[in-house]
Design a protein around this ligand. Structure first.
Ligand SMILES: C[S@@+](CC[C@H](N)C(=O)[O-])C[C@H]1O[C@@H](n2cnc3c(N)ncnc32)[C@H](O)[C@@H]1O
Length: 199
């Protein structure tokens, strides 16, 4: 049997993220997760929030490994992950009431981050929420030295990656008809941003 991929960071942050998601997600919500990765978030959130439907996704090269964990979990509110590359729209034909993505904006290119928000504008229902977890810079400054080191590490690995400016991401979100309702400081120098869609 092939072991599903594992991320220690996801293991560490899944419970603190869940505690915030619980405040925002309601009975019957249809959640679309972008860049699902190892599936640890999808399984933890779907298991603990059984009153909602969690649809995870990732790019074609990662969706099979994502599904190792999701399919093994056998949760009725967690179908097999689907293929979504944020650069290829339309992502899906349905209209989710919530979109979640963790640790993806600093991995994908800046153009992909723009497409990420364009796609949210296309598919997210009015009054739906978009939730993004990860590290950000504020007023051009890293929040900690370790985030600056992490940014160098990311750019050495792939020059298109890098910790994004909160202000730039906020502009993209505004253009996507999203209004910031929460900026939560999280452990390990991350943020959890929550937006609401106006139309
Ligand atoms: C660091 S991993 C984060 C995975 C998981 N969300 C987590 O928190 O552990 C970054 C993820 O971004 C995904 N990704 C990269 N480029 C993407 C794109 N263009 N569209 C959708 N997902 C993308 C990768 O496949 C990977 O799953």
């Amino acid at each position: 049997m092939i072991e599903p991929p594992f991320s220690q960071a996801s293991e560490n942050n899944k419970q603190v993220i869940l505690e915030i998601l619980e405040r925002h997600l309601k009975n019957g919500d249809q959640v679309l997760e972008l860049a699902g990765g190892t599936g640890q978030h999808a399984v933890h959130f779907a298991a603990n929030l059984p009153y909602l439907h969690w649809q995870s996704s990732d790019i074609p090269s990662n969706v099979d490994s994502l599904n190792l964990r999701i399919v093994a979990a056998k949760l009725t509110n967690l179908p097999a992950a689907i293929t979504i590359d944020v650069n290829h729209s339309p992502w899906i034909s349905t209209k989710p009431t919530a979109i979640f993505s963790a640790n993806s904006l600093h991995i994908m290119s800046a153009d992909s981050v723009e497409n990420f928000f364009n796609g949210i504008n296309e598919v997210l229902q009015a009054d739906g929420i978009a939730v993004v977890y990860g590290p950000f810079k504020y007023a051009g400054e890293f929040t900690t030295e370790s985030n600056e080191d992490f940014d160098h590490w990311l750019k050495n690995r792939d020059p298109v990656s890098g910790i994004r400016d909160f202000e730039w991401v906020s502009e993209l979100a505004t253009k996507a008809n999203l209004t910031l309702i929460e900026d939560n400081a999280m452990p390990a120098n991350n943020q959890l941003l929550v937006w609401k869609k106006s139309k």
